[in-house]
Write a protein that binds this ligand. Structure first.
Ligand code: EPU
Length: 429
């Protein structure tokens, strides 16, 4: 198992380019199942979750041509299997995104019911309820969700999400594009990834309007065609690099990003004293405005508010801010696993239920810590970059799921970070 070895305390300076958004590429890859024609996706990040998603498409019978690393040409002409097996779903929950397109195009889908994961129980009951509203029968058979459209095709309907769900909205959008009649998704997620998926689907011939608002309308069509599409930049990777500049007291030019996709994050970081200048529509310049960071409270909420996927990184930053900050996590019930690790590095954090109180500013000291999930890993990398001495982060396979070439990108801007195998980490001790 690989680890990261970080020797902290160096300001990060220079330029970094943002990769395509993992959470947009995942549904877009799934959407290629909706047409027998070739769909070409550009700017697909080369991260573990996308490799898993590609494998799923291939297992179902799709042909995936990858002439370039970041361009995926997918042809789902001969789909004969309609099932995402347990082996894949257990490694990546986003495999449930196969449900919507398979059900929409073939009228049948079977996906192993995902269990809970490190950050919460994460049920998919709301996806299934919406499929039922579109006329599907849904049953649980030996741990698998089996969904069928009784006459082979779903029927457009009014669907309502009791709780905003990102992949739920995506799944229903993909199921409804080939349904008979009009579907309305009420209380839909408004994340930029939803808009990106809708743009791809519309290029494929779908009729989706108002994606990006909480009420999405979909007029079902008879069939979809091939197309080309470029995935939006990863807003969470962007936010992570903004924090990297701020926490190390460095100066970074971050390009190929979409600042408008992370207004809440940029706004909050500006409040803390981070200077963020938009150089153009896709480039920002980040530096700390003076040496002091101010503690500011944050509550995670669905987009356009502060994203849960930036909570752990923000907490790392707040350990370096003057004063007390209250961080409330409202999306997932168990997303504070980085807290115990940050505390091992010297952070002063108290949690009670879904609330963490960070008492800054504390001097972080390098330590051996363990990554528990993707964003928690990012938080520990950030803490390691500003800590004194050596930090060894174990279980970095979590970060490989969603951050493209993280070590290389950080090294290019001056970080002292390396990936080491178990035996090398021992000798570095
Ligand atoms: N929920 C239900 N029932 C459902 C669906 C969701 O109760 O049927 C609950 C969840 O348990 C959670 C809340 O609703 O409490 C929101 O969950 P959501 O469905 O929006 O999460 P998701 O679609 O499973 C996506 C991202 C996550 C990100 C969340 C929230 C992808 C592939 N994953 O998950 O990304 O944290 O939205 O923004 O898009 C990450 O990248 O690190 C990551 C975890």
């Amino acid at each position: 198992m690989d680890k990261f070895l970080i020797r902290g305390g160096k300001p990060l300076n220079g330029k970094v380019e943002i990769s395509g958004a993992k959470n947009s590429a995942l549904p877009c890859l799934a959407a290629t199942l909706l047409t027998p024609e070739t769909v070409t996706l550009h700017n697909v990040p080369y991260v573990k979750d996308l490799i898993t998603q590609r494998r799923l498409l291939e297992d179902l019978g799709a042909t995936v041509l990858t002439p370039e690393l970041h361009t995926q040409k997918i042809k789902a002409k001969n789909i004969e299997i309609f099932e995402a097996p347990y082996e894949l779903v257990k490694t990546m929950r986003a495999s449930v995104l196969a449900l919507g397109p398979l059900l929409g195009r073939f009228g049948q889908a079977k996906v192993s019911l995902p269990g809970g994961c490190a950050i919460g129980t994460r049920p998919i009951d709301l996806h299934l309820k919406a499929f039922e509203q579109l006329g599907a029968t849904v049953s649980l058979e030996s741990g698998d969700v089996v969904a069928r459209a009784p006459k082979g095709r779903l029927i457009g309907a009014d669907t309502y999400f009791e709780k905003v769900s990102v992949t739920g909205t995506e799944n229903v959008m993909m199921a409804a594009v080939l349904a008979k009649g009009i579907t309305t998704i009420h209380n839909a997620a408004r994340e930029p990834e939803i808009e990106d998926l809708a743009e791809l689907l519309n290029k494929m011939g779908a009729k989706i309007s108002s994606a990006g608002t909480d009420t999405i309308k979909i007029e079902g069509v008879e069939g979809l065609n091939g197309t080309e599409h470029s995935i939006i930049p990863d807003r969470i990777e962007t936010g992570t690099f903004i924090v990297a500049a701020a926490i190390t007291n460095g100066e970074l030019e971050i390009s190929k990003c979409q600042p408008k996709h992370l207004e809440a994050v940029i706004g909050k970081l500006r409040e803390t004293g981070v200077e963020i200048t938009e150089l153009d529509e896709t480039t920002i310049f980040v530096k700390r405005n003076g040496s002091q960071l101010n503690a500011k409270d944050v509550t995670t909420q669905p987009h356009p508010d502060f994203p849960t996927d930036m909570q752990a990184q923000y907490m790392a930053l707040m350990t370096q801010a003057e004063g007390e900050s209250t961080i409330v996590e409202t999306i997932f019930e168990n997303r504070f696993m980085h807290v115990s690790e940050l505390k091992r590095m010297g952070a002063n954090i108290h949690t009670s239920g879904n609330t963490a109180i960070v008492d800054g500013k504390t001097r972080l000291m390098g330590a051996k810590v363990q990554a528990s999930d993707l964003r928690a890993s990012a938080s520990l990398v950030l803490a390691g970059l500003c800590a004194e001495g050596e930090t060894i982060i174990d279980r970095v396979y979590h970060i490989d799921r969603g951050y493209e070439m993280i070590v290389q990108k950080l090294r290019n801007i001056g970080a002292n970070i390396e990936r080491v195998s178990d035996s090398m980490a021992m000798s570095a001790e």
